[in-house]
Design a protein around this ligand. Structure first.
Ligand code: GDP
Ligand code: GDP
Length: 466
């Protein structure tokens, strides 16, 4: 009984309970049928398994925790908004009002395939008065033409509409970059709860044994032609069979059925159209582009052939190289480069990007489609090399032969070797004493040649056997 205890000391257990920080709240509103629920599901996507039931929430208001780039927040789906009307509608509207009052960011969804309606106007007038931070989401922008339809909604006077296709995931990542950029500084730097991480680690373990389709990231500076290439490779609207939430929670992936089997194209932020948003959103899109590299089995580094290799291209190449992800260099807009300039571009490329090694360089025109088909075999090869698994017996045979041809200096010996990991192929060498790095490079070269590893990164680890 707690009655007779009076004011007691706080137990250690109680002290350990840190009050739950209030998460920023994103509320989705809009007239019926514009795609609010679809957007809600898209945003919470892979988080579905960590649904929390929050008390005091009526059936009409769904709340889930979501996160983007490790910034956690709550998403509220307000169901159908019905302006004016009968008692039931008023009740729903009151709920929407309450939700909006608590919102940090309001996503006001409109339908780009229908255009501006009177109901949209009514909602706009009301939400403007609420004084909340509003983002107009032009949904059902399923293709580029629809994207341009969004400008009609500028008339609502609530800023630049952000186009998205909630159904297909198109540009959903760009929208989320904007959303979290609107949060307070504090909210943006709050780490996602540990539980989440644990959940995702487990989820990763769980499907580690499944054969997953290879993941391709298309990276490059703005305007080099990434979207154009993406559409070429995917065949706009045609080949997309399924969208899925990204495994890292930072990407919305497109699974494409290609002639070479299924492939996942990672929606890297760089694929965005030029609708300049703000610096903070730009920052998040960069973070995301970099993460997509860590998550990819191969990265297409797209370079504008008419501009040659810039320092930004070099930095991106460095970053990909450091992650161990195989690179294919794509020199795009090649049809615009004059015959006399072509040699110069290639010489410059060798000089400035030589550090990534002997990677394939493909000269294409994403716009006309010329040579785009040449990418496919290279993609396949890079992916295969990245995933190479060498039988222990074979690797030891190769290393024994290499040592016979040229023994390591100073009595050093590699006693045994195993491949400890793939993606990239990683080998552990057990040695009797320290082996010179030049000799290790010789061994690496031998492994690379014998097993046809091309230009894929190889990691060599050395362990001294005691
Ligand atoms: P809500 O009433 O605003 O919650 O709308 P729903 O999410 O229920 O969506 C209404 C309809 O629009 C459904 O048939 C959805 O499949 C469809 N829809 C939602 N988003 C998109 C989209 O991005 N593109 C297309 N073409 N249809 C969509
Ligand atoms: P992103 O910002 O990297 O996604 O670049 P986009 O795909 O949006 O392309 C930027 C501009 O370059 C667009 O106007 C494209 O039409 C154009 N573009 C893309 N690829 C080529 C190409 O191979 N040749 C030419 N001439 N223009 C291209």
């Amino acid at each position: 009984g707690s009655d007779d205890e009076g004011p007691s000391e706080i137990s250690a257990e109680e002290l350990a309970v840190v009050p739950e920080a209030e998460l920023p709240t994103v509320v989705i509103i809009g007239r019926p049928n514009v795609g609010k629920s679809t957007l809600f599901n898209r945003v919470v996507g892979s988080q579905q398994a960590i649904v929390e039931d929050r008390p005091g929430i009526t059936r009409d208001r769904k709340v889930l925790e979501a996160s983007w780039l490790e910034v956690p927040f709550l998403v509220v789906d307000t169901g159908g908004w019905m302006p004016g009307g009968d008692a039931l509608e008023e009740k729903v509207s009151r709920q929407v009002e309450e939700a909006v009052r608590d919102a940090d960011v309001v996503l006001f969804v409109v339908d780009a395939s229908v255009g501006l309606t009177d109901d949209d106007q009514t909602i706009a007038n009301w939400v403007r008065r609420s004084g909340r931070d509003v983002i107009i989401v032009a949904n059902k922008a399923d293709n580029e033409r629809r994207e341009t339809d969004r400008w009609e909604f500028l008339g609502l006077g609530l800023g630049d509409p952000v186009p998205v296709s909630a159904l297909h995931g198109r540009r959903a990542g760009d929208l989320l970059d904007v959303v979290i950029s609107r949060f307070s500084e504090e909210a943006r730097h709050r780490p996602v709860a540990d539980d989440d991480d644990r959940f995702y680690e487990e989820a990763e373990d769980w499907d580690a044994d499944e054969i997953k389709p290879p993941r391709v990231a298309i990276v490059g500076r703005p305007n080099v032609g990434k979207s154009t290439l993406f559409n070429r490779l995917v065949g706009e609207d045609r080949a997309v069979v399924h969208d899925m939430a990204g495994t890292t929670r930072d990407s919305i992936d497109t699974l494409v059925e290609t002639e070479d089997g299924p492939m996942v194209f990672i929606d890297t932020a760089g694929m965005r159209r030029k609708g300049k948003i703000d610096d903070s959103a730009e920052y998040y899109s960069l973070v995301r582009a970099l993460r997509s590299i860590d998550d990819a089995d191969v990265a297409l580094l797209v370079i504008d052939g008419t501009e040659g290799v810039t320092s930004q291209d070099q930095r991106l190449a460095e970053r990909i190289d450091a992650s161990g992800c195989p690179i294919l260099i794509v020199l795009n807009k090649w049809e615009l480069v004059s015959t006399e300039d072509r040699l110069d571009v290639m010489t410059e490329l060798e000089r400035k990007l030589g550090f990534v090694g002997d990677v394939p360089v493909l000269k294409i025109s994403a716009l006309t489609g010329k040579n785009v088909h040449s990418l496919r075999p290279h993609l396949q090869e890079s992916i295969a090399q990245y995933h190479t698994r060498v039988p222990t017996r074979d690797i030891n045979k190769i290393i024994a032969a290499a040592q016979q041809r040229a023994p390591a200096p100073k009595g050093a010996k590699i006693l045994y070797a195993v491949q400890g990991a793939i993606d990239p192929p990683t080998f552990t060498l057990f040695v009797n004493r320290e082996v010179q790095s030049t000799y290790l490079r010789y061994i690496e070269r031998t492994i690379r040649e014998e097993f046809g590893l091309g230009s894929t990164a190889i990691k060599i680890r050395v362990r001294k056997k005691s």
